[in-house]
Design a binder for this molecule. Structure first.
Ligand SMILES: Nc1ncnc2c1ncn2[C@@H]1O[C@H](COP(=O)(O)OP(=O)(O)OP(=O)(O)O)[C@@H](O)[C@H]1O
Ligand SMILES: [Mg+2]
Length: 238
């Protein structure tokens, strides 16, 4: 993994135990738009974090930073103890294999079956069929879709597709799962069910960071609430 100079001031300041550690992170897009300004936040292993804030507050941008899809313009960001400002592409790819994502803009592959969609992260890691097939069956069973293995995504409802996306995100047992409004566009009952799966994963030890507009979800599943407003962190309550 990465080598770190012990004299590095940030190393001294940051919490090495944190799953995600941000200090004064600023993100400016090439358009000149500042999406995040001075965000300082530590997420510890095992936490369930709701990321809230108005449309345009910077929720998706913050998740993209953690995933390494964009890099901080300034400030410090460590994900699973890798410095994301200095990480090489190969290191970023390595980190991504240890992060499950349920993103609005990471849709399922419509030309592949449910089975193949969920198997993808394991194929990337070189799993052979003898281990891969039972694992894919197990995660699809977990989200209640074991009878839809050979369906194509277009034959599934929106909520079912979202459950396939969750199954895909959890298939390689990542220590960290990022979900960007995973319950958006779902009816209340389906949204609760999707959240139940994420909470279940969290109970098994996965750290979850989930953006949402729907704070009703908190009534059934309390968690830490991090609030963004216009790119700044304005609230953080356990
Ligand atoms: N790729 C991009 N290039 C330029 N500006 C962007 C880009 N993506 C987002 N922005 C801008 O950055 C700001 C934060 O956007 P972001 O998508 O992070 O907000 P959000 O909190 O996820 O909003 P929503 O709830 O609508 O999904 C917004 O002003 C947005 O217009
Ligand atoms: Mg968003």
């Amino acid at each position: 993994m990465t080598s770190r100079g012990e004299g590095d001031t940030f190393t001294a300041m940051s919490n090495k135990r944190a799953m995600v550690s941000m200090q004064k992170v600023m993100l400016r897009y090439p358009t000149g738009k500042t999406a995040l300004s001075g965000v300082t936040l530590d997420v510890l292993p095992g936490q369930f974090v709701y990321l809230t804030g108005e449309s345009g507050a910077g929720k998706s941008s913050l998740l993209r930073l953690i995933y390494g899809a964009v890099r901080p313009t300034s400030g410090q960001l460590r994900v699973q103890n890798v410095d994301m400002r200095k990480a090489r592409e190969a290191q970023v790819r390595d980190i991504r294999r240890r992060i499950g994502i349920v993103f609005q803009d990471h849709k399922l592959l419509f030309s592949r079956t449910v089975f193949e969609n969920v198997a993808l992260p394991l194929r990337v890691q070189g799993w052979t069929a003898d281990r891969l097939v039972p694992r894919v069956r197990k995660v699809l069973e977990y989200v209640g879709l074991e009878d839809r293995l050979w369906s194509y995504p277009e034959a599934l409802s929106g909520g079912e597709q979202q459950r396939v996306a969750i199954a895909r995100a959890m298939t390689a047992s990542p220590p960290l799962l990022l979900a960007d409004e995973p319950t958006g566009n779902l009816d209340v009952a389906t949204a609760r069910r999707v959240l139940d799966y994420l909470v279940g994963l969290n109970r098994q030890g996965t750290t979850v960071i989930m953006s949402t507009h729907d704070l009703h979800l908190l009534e059934s599943h309390p968690g830490r609430v991090v609030r963004l407003h216009a790119g700044a962190l304005v609230g953080d309550e356990a």
